[in-house]
Every structure is written in structure tokens, then in C-alpha cells.
Design a protein around this ligand. Structure first.
Ligand SMILES: Nc1ncnc2c1ncn2[C@@H]1O[C@H](COP(=O)(O)OP(=O)(O)OP(=O)(O)O)[C@@H](O)[C@H]1O
Ligand SMILES: [Mg+2]
Length: 312
């Protein structure tokens, strides 16, 4: 897969999480608007292949340009950037012809990643679709900041766990593929019971212990595998505290650190702004949600955790 790289001087943030309808697009549009208001040059990319709707959050009903031109006519990504009403913020509209994610060829994917990395922006925010398709995972993995949006529901937690686990497993396999170890990793995982391995953390530990130079490679590559968690649609303090449990579960079963960046309460103002097709962070600035988005975006910038009593 494409090497990690920078967007010029800036960063790529990818917003995913597995489950549909958790607020990924809302968080992408709101965090992007906040960053642009702070003066950062921002480009939002709608990579929800088959379900693109980021443009709707900016009141654009019929995009003039979209990723369809990239996939079907070989247009360059830079030519598909359109301005929004917000200074400093532009948008690349998703494929609006409902193209299936698995129709993207490997070479198209590499070309897309190379061009995302070359976009002229300080921060590129990539809105991902639901699910754990390999194309979605690969897009998540090229990001400098891997952000998951979760709602406090059991199914969403399960989906998010699988999304992060699949991303990590893919990262391990792709890293070791370069050293001829990809098949071995899959082989051991498929027979994990006979190896006494019960989770991905134990697989990684096993690889580290059994092949010392693999350990060095994994230590290096996985040091950047840090997830930033946003809890959306929280309704009470118990929901807010969930971030702490997620942190410890991820460390225990996957061995990876999670930054609990922040949360956004459930609010009618959000669906109102979507219905009105007006950017939330321009029209509902006085709400608690807007303040929470500011806090979580500041934490994302700093890779910091939200300060909540009782959350370590
Ligand atoms: N904090 C919130 N409070 C109330 N409603 C919310 C909140 N966040 C999002 N919503 C509502 O949830 C719906 C889904 O949001 P959004 O489209 O951002 O989710 P998504 O994760 O991008 O979905 P998909 O997986 O389909 O791409 C929207 O209609 C929005 O109005
Ligand atoms: Mg979405």
C-alpha cells in the first residue's frame, strides 16, 4: 500500500468507525469548519463511495464536480476541488453515481492516495463510509490521524471494535508483506487456537517474540497506530464515561492506545441544521454541541485526551 506521507506541510485526518449513521459526516463537516474558521487551509474529501452526502451538509444539492470524474474519466483530484461558502475550506464531492466500493481498482486506489497526499491544504479531512471494506481500511490507514466516531450503543461498539481490529490486522499484514511474512501472519491467525492465541494483541506479541527482527519492524510501524475516539450523540454522564472503558478494552485486546478526543451531545440542533442544509458550525455556534466540537477538534490537533473527571 502507499507509504504514509504528508499533505504538503499538513496532515490527513480520516474519519471512519464501521457503523453507519454515527455522525461521521457531521463530525467531518463540523471539525473542518472549525479548523477553517481558525484560519487553516482545509480540504474535505468525501470518500463514502456509494453513499456520498458530505456536500449536503454544505447546502450543495447538485455538485458540479465529483469523484466520479476521477474514477470514470481520469480527472485529477486537484481539479475536482470546489470552494464552499466558508473561507479557507474547499470540498471534493464524493462519487454520486453510487459506484460500488469494490469496483475501485488497485491502481486507481494508489493514484487516489498519491493525489490526496498532494492536495494543497494544511488539513485534509477524509469522510469514510460505513463498513470495513479493504478500500475503506486502506484509506483510513494512510491518514496521519485516524479518527473513529462512535455512538454509545452496543452494536456500534462491536462494529467499531471490528473496524479497528481489521485496520490493525491489515496494517500488520501489509507491513510484513514487504518482508515476505504476510502469508505467515494469516497462517498463524487462522490457526490461532493451536498457537494459544486469543486476540490480535497476542498475535502481535507472538510475532514479536518469535521473530525478533519482526518485533523491531512492528514496534516502529505500529508506534504511529493511534486511534482518536469521538463519542457522538451522548445523552448522559454514563455515555461520556464510555470513552474510558473503550480505551482500556482496546489496550487489553488490541494493544493499541486510544486518545479519547471528546464527545458531542445528542441535540435537535444537529438534525435541524442538516434539514436546513446549513453548516452547523456557522449557524449553531451558540449551542453546547458547537462548544464540544471546538474542544474535540482542539484535542485532535494536539492528539490530546479530553479532560473528564473519572476518565483516565
Ligand atoms: N449529535 C447529534 N445529535 C443529533 N443528531 C445527530 C447528531 N450527530 C448526527 N446526527 C444525525 O444523525 C444522522 C446521521 O449523521 P451522519 O450522516 O453524519 O452519519 P454518518 O456516520 O456519516 O452516516 P453514514 O454511515 O451513512 O455515512 C444525521 O441525520 C444527523 O442529523
Ligand atoms: Mg456519512
Amino acid at each position: 500500500m502507499a507509504p504514509k506521507s504528508k499533505v504538503k506541510e499538513g496532515e490527513i485526518w480520516a474519519i471512519g468507525g464501521g457503523k453507519g449513521g454515527t455522525g461521521k459526516t457531521f463530525i467531518t463537516s463540523s471539525a473542518g469548519t472549525y479548523l477553517a474558521r481558525k484560519g487553516r487551509q482545509v480540504v474535505l474529501v468525501d470518500m463514502d463511495i456509494g453513499g456520498a452526502n458530505l456536500h449536503t451538509f454544505f447546502g450543495i444539492s447538485r455538485p458540479q464536480k465529483s469523484l466520479t470524474s476521477f474514477f470514470e474519466m481520469g480527472a485529477s483530484l486537484g481539479d475536482l476541488v470546489v470552494p464552499t461558502e466558508m473561507p479557507n475550506m474547499s470540498l471534493i464531492t464524493g462519487d454520486i453515481h453510487s459506484m460500488a466500493s469494490d469496483k475501485i481498482t488497485f491502481s486507481q486506489k494508489l493514484k487516489l492516495f498519491r493525489q490526496i497526499m498532494k492536495l494543497n491544504a494544511q488539513t485534509v479531512l477524509v469522510d469514510l463510509g460505513a463498513g470495513s471494506h479493504n478500500n475503506t481500511l486502506d484509506t483510513f490507514l494512510i491518514a496521519d490521524k485516524m479518527i473513529v466516531v462512535l455512538v454509545p450503543e452496543v452494536i456500534a461498539i462491536e462494529n467499531m471494535y471490528h473496524f479497528i481490529k481489521n485496520s490493525l490486522f491489515r496494517k500488520v499484514k501489509m507491513t510484513l508483506k514487504e518482508y515476505g511474512f504476510k502469508e505467515i501472519v494469516q497462517h498463524i491467525w487462522d490457526r490461532r487456537q493451536s498457537y494459544g492465541i486469543v486476540n490480535l494483541k497476542e498475535l502481535i506479541d507472538y510475532l514479536r517474540e518469535s521473530f525478533s527482527y519482526i518485533g523491531t519492524i512492528l514496534d516502529h510501524e505500529l508506534s504511529s497506530f493511534q486511534i482518536h475516539l469521538v463519542l457522538n450523540m451522548v445523552r448522559n454522564n454514563q455515555d461520556v464515561q464510555l470513552g474510558a472503558s473503550i480505551k482500556s478494552v482496546m489496550m487489553k485486546y488490541l494493544g493499541i492506545p486510544i486518545h479519547y478526543s471528546g464527545y458531542v451531545e445528542y441535540s435537535d440542533a444537529v438534525w435541524k441544521s442538516v434539514r436546513e442544509r446549513k453548516p452547523f458550525m456557522l449557524n449553531y455556534l451558540a449551542t453546547g454541541c458547537a462548544k464540544e466540537i471546538e474542544i474535540l477538534t482542539e484535542n485532535l490537533i494536539k492528539s490530546a485526551d479530553i479532560d473528564i473527571p473519572g476518565v483516565a
